[in-house]
Design a protein around this ligand. Structure first.
Ligand SMILES: C[S@@+](CC[C@H](N)C(=O)[O-])C[C@H]1O[C@@H](n2cnc3c(N)ncnc32)[C@H](O)[C@@H]1O
Length: 181
């Protein structure tokens, strides 16, 4: 199961990424005094985010989407082609932005599909991946931190907060608010 790097899906770094995502959601709903959370997890993999959300938040509704559903709860959807069936409070995109063919088009579309976006990206600033590595990984996008922040702004997202994993400084997460709403 190594398509989309899925053989690593139990790695601590992936769990840590999901933990940061949940802490972004917790802070955001506290700030807004929102009572419930409605999350679409795009490219959800093994739905680890659902388990974490359920353990941290009392009122959460979660739906996973993936091109390769790993359980019957997950809705099959190709982010390169298909539309989300409805609007969500939060869209989470963890470990997926690297694989999307038209990241700009996707981000523009998502700005009309959710109030908040939490996206991770393995940034190029650390200089770890050369062209050969990107081909091996099947990554279509490998942006710098500044390139990702600019792209989000151009696509209708206002960045609220961000996090750079402090040891390897490769995994960057952003929570952003849609300017469409
Ligand atoms: C690196 S894994 C991350 C999984 C999960 N988000 C996590 O953090 O554990 C990438 C996931 O994106 C999914 N994926 C890749 N391309 C996709 C596409 N075009 N549409 C929907 N899902 C996609 C893969 O099937 C895989 O589950």
């Amino acid at each position: 199961m190594n398509r989309y790097n899925l053989s690593d899906q139990k790695a601590t770094s992936w769990l840590n990424r999901a933990e940061i995502c949940v802490s972004f959601i917790q802070r955001d709903i506290q700030t807004r005094e929102a009572e419930r959370v409605d999350v679409a997890d795009l490219g959800c993999g093994d739905e680890k985010l659902e388990r974490l959300l359920a353990s941290r938040l009392s009122r959460v509704s979660y739906q996973g989407y993936d091109i390769i559903p790993q359980s019957r709860r997950v809705i099959a959807l190709d982010l390169n082609r298909d539309e989300l069936p409805r609007h969500y409070d939060f869209i989470t995109v963890l470990g997926v932005s690297e694989y999307i063919d038209d990241l700009r088009g996707f981000l523009v579309k998502m700005a009309g599909s959710a109030d908040r976006l939490i996206i991770s990206h393995v940034i190029s600033d650390a200089g770890v991946y050369d062209g050969e590595a990107l081909t091996r990984l099947g990554w279509r996008n490998h942006l710098s931190k500044d390139q990702l922040l600019s792209l989000l702004a151009e696509c209708g997202w206002e960045v609220l907060d961000s996090y750079l994993e402090p040891i390897e400084k490769r995994t960057f997460l952003v929570i952003a608010r849609s300017r469409a709403g």
